[in-house]
Design a protein around this ligand. Structure first.
Ligand code: SAM
Length: 274
C-alpha cells in the first residue's frame, strides 16, 4: 500500500515537473540525447508510421497467441520443482505493449545495430527489437534465457520476423552463458537488462557490457524500482563516470553513453506509463 502511494506521489510530481524537465533536457542541445528523448515523446503520442503500427500488431498477435497457451513449463534449470503455464508467464513477465513500443523507438532513434538482451522470456520484447532493426543489413540481436523451452518458442517467432543469422539466443543460466554470449559480440549499441533483477548480477552485467559500447550507446534497465537492491544498483549506475545522461522512467532506467561529450553529467526523470 505504501509502495503504491509513493509511486503515485512520484508520478504526480513528474507530471507537474514535466515541462521544466523537458526544457532542461532540450536546452542541452545534445543531438543524441534529444533523439533518445524523441523516442519517449513518439511512444507517448503513439506517433508511428502505418508500417510500424502493422509491425506492432504482428507482435501483439504473437502475444495474444501466447496468452491462450496452456503449455506447462517446468523450472528444473533454476533448481525448482515449480511449474507454470505459458499464458500466465506471458501475462506476468513480458513487457507491456507500451513499454515494447518505447523499446522499439529507443533502438530505432539511437540507430542501434548491435543489441544485447538479458531476459528473452517468450520473445515479446525481442520481437519488437527485431522489427526495429530488420531493415538494417549490419544489425544483430543477441538474447539470453535460462528456460530452454522459452528459447525454442521465442526462436520460432524471431525466425518469422527476420533471417535466422540476424539473431542468437543463448540458452542456460546466465552464470554459464553471459560471458560466452558477450564474447560473441565485438561491439554493442544498445543493451536491455531484463532478467535476474538483483544488485550484484545487474552491476556485473553493467560493468561487462559498458566497455563494448562505442562512442555512443544506451543501456536500458528494467524494474529499477522493483526492490531496494535494484534501486541501489540504478543509483550506482547513474553515478558511474561512464554514463553521461540518465532518464528515469520509474520502471525503466535509460543510461546514455556519450564518450566524446565533455559537458557535465545530467539526470532526468519523466513519467511514461503505469
Ligand atoms: C522479465 S523476463 C524477460 C521479459 C522479456 N524481456 C520481455 O519483455 O518479453 C526475465 C527472464 O529472465 C530469465 N532469468 C532470470 N534469471 C535468470 C538466470 N539467472 N539465468 C537465466 N535466465 C534467467 C527468466 O527465466 C525470465 O524469462
Amino acid at each position: 500500500m505504501i509502495k503504491k502511494i509513493n509511486k503515485h506521489k512520484t508520478i504526480l510530481s513528474r507530471r507537474i515537473n514535466h515541462n521544466s524537465e523537458e526544457k532542461r533536457l532540450l536546452n542541452l542541445n545534445n543531438e543524441f540525447l534529444t533523439k533518445i528523448y524523441s523516442a519517449y515523446t513518439q511512444s507517448i503520442k503513439n506517433d508511428f508510421t502505418q508500417d510500424e503500427l502493422n509491425s506492432f500488431s504482428e507482435c501483439e498477435k504473437y502475444r495474444n497467441k501466447l496468452l491462450q497457451s496452456e503449455e506447462v513449463i517446468t523450472y528444473e534449470i533454476f533448481n525448482s520443482d515449480r511449474t507454470a503455464i505459458v499464458k500466465d508467464i506471458c501475462a506476468k513477465a513480458a513487457s507491456s505493449k507500451s513499454w515494447c513500443r518505447l523499446l522499439y523507438s529507443l533502438v530505432k532513434n539511437s540507430n542501434s545495430e548491435k543489441i544485447f538482451e538479458v531476459g528473452t522470456n517468450l520473445g515479446i520484447s525481442g520481437s519488437y527489437i527485431l522489427h526495429s532493426i530488420k531493415g538494417n543489413p549490419n544489425s544483430h540481436f543477441t538474447t539470453l534465457e535460462g528456460q530452454a523451452r522459452f528459447c525454442e518458442i521465442a526462436g520460432e517467432q524471431f525466425a518469422k520476423i527476420i533471417d535466422k543469422n540476424k539473431f542468437s539466443i543463448y540458452s542456460g543460466l546466465y552464470d554459464d552463458t553471459f560471458d560466452k554470449a558477450l564474447s560473441s559480440v565485438d561491439k554493442l549499441h544498445c543493451a536491455f537488462i531484463d532478467g535476474n533483477h538483483q544488485y550484484e548480477p545487474t552491476l556485473e552485467y553493467f560493468n561487462k557490457i559498458e566497455p563494448l559500447i562505442g562512442d555512443k550507446g544506451i543501456l536500458l534497465f528494467d524494474d529499477i524500482n522493483w526492490s531496494n537492491g535494484m534501486k541501489d544498483v540504478w543509483k550506482k549506475i547513474k553515478q558511474s563516470p561512464k554514463i553521461k545522461y540518465t532518464i528515469d522512467l520509474h520502471e525503466i532506467g535509460i543510461a546514455i553513453i556519450d564518450r566524446n561529450n565533455k559537458s557535465k553529467k545530467e539526470d532526468f526523470a519523466f513519467h511514461y506509463s503505469y
